[in-house]
Design a protein around this ligand. Structure first.
Ligand code: NDP
Length: 317
């Protein structure tokens, strides 16, 4: 084997999609060995544990997905933990990637770490142009430092480190918690319960906010492409096109269709809507991958719903 690709956070939403792409969808290139880690393989906050992982696998490439992630309320209540745990994991993975001479490190940022006050569409150059929303500043500043350090490692040590900024992701192996999960897995779980119990399907907020949603398998394929073909320290936004932005209402109705739910659908407008839109530009990606076909939202939601129904007993919820 000439290449060993180590994926941290390999058991999560994105990690499972990369595993599926590599193991079942022809994504593995000749001479590559892929290793998918979960927290059971070692706590990435713990430097000796990370050293032991790098010593054991001797990776030539690292895709760093592992993070402390959570919903709005967890982020607001635990800014210290979101900052410190992410900083520790990222620092350990980056420093070990330097020491063990990793040829390429791809880390993950998020569009929710961009400045709160901004113009749209957001692009890669705007990441540090103002403070993030105060609700998630612990998480946001820890993630922003990855971008800063990617450039610093390149300047000082010539490391080939970069980062991906994805928009909203959904798919199999997501966290389907209604309280703590993201919007799509939360809607899928609620619609499932409404169908099972014969109760109304209640959507929080007016349903008018717009978002760009990406099926996790598309992101998996593009992440592997970034690892092989994208060689700049500056981040790249991976997202569906601006024209593919959809309202939460359209997503909820597509979930209803995919779940074959025939009961009442209610919009609880007493609940907050969040930001109306957070449009991101994928012009940089399109400049390099003009023909990449993203899975449509209805097709992707059908796959996510089918996976959730089939794995209801054991999935994260
Ligand atoms: P998940 O929450 O689905 O998975 C998190 C992964 O990180 C799991 O494999 C978990 O292991 C691992 N992990 C967490 N803490 C530790 C630790 N201390 N040591 C070792 N491993 C740990 O995350 P996603 O797949 O959703 O996210 C992947 C990346 O994408 C993250 O960096 C996230 O910030 C980013 N992102 C995600 C978005 C989304 O919509 N989901 C949007 C934008 C960015 P275990 O299973 O054992 O707990």
């Amino acid at each position: 084997m000439s290449k060993v690709v180590l994926v941290t956070g390999g058991s999560g939403l994105v990690g499972s999609a990369i595993k599926d792409f590599v193991e079942n969808k022809g994504g593995k290139a000749e001479g590559e060995e892929w290793v998918f880690l979960s927290s059971k393989d070692g706590d990435l906050k713990d430097r000796p544990a990370v050293d032991a992982i790098f010593e054991k696998y001797k990776p030539t490439h690292v895709i760093h997905l592992a993070a402390k992630v959570g919903g709005l309320f967890a982020n607001m209540k635990q800014k210290v933990e979101f900052y410190r745990e992410n900083i520790a994991m990222n620092d350990n993975v980056m420093e070990c990637s330097r020491i063990y001479k990793v040829e390429k490190l791809v880390s993950y940022l998020s569009t929710c770490i961009f400045p709160d006050k901004t113009t749209f569409p957001i692009d890669e150059t705007m990441l540090h142009n103002g403070p993030p929303h105060s609700s998630n500043e612990g998480y946001a500043y820890a993630k922003r430092m990855v971008d800063t350090m990617n450039r610093a490692y390149k300047e000082e040590y010539g490391c080939n480190f970069t980062s991906i900024i994805p928009t909203n992701i959904y798919g199999p192996s997501d966290n389907f918690s209604i309280e703590n999960g993201h919007v799509i897995p939360g809607l899928i779980h609620k619609c499932f319960i409404a169908k099972r119990d014969g109760t109304p399907f209640t959507i929080w907020g007016s349903g008018t906010p717009l978002r760009q949603f990406m099926y996790s398998l598309d992101l998996a394929e593009l992440t592997v492409w970034v690892m092989r073909e994208y060689h700049s320290a500056d981040p790249i936004i991976i997202s569906v096109d601006e024209e593919a932005e959809v309202s939460i209402k359209d997503v909820a109705l597509a979930v209803v269709k995919a779940m074959k739910f025939e009961g009442e659908v209610v919009f609880d407008t007493d609940k907050a809507d969040g930001q109306f839109k957070k449009t991101a530009s994928n012009a940089k990606l399109r400049g390099m991958r003009p023909d990449f076909q993203f899975v449509g939202i209805e097709e992707g939601l059908q796959k996510a719903v089918d996976w959730f129904v089939a794995n209801y007993e054991t999935c994260r919820k």
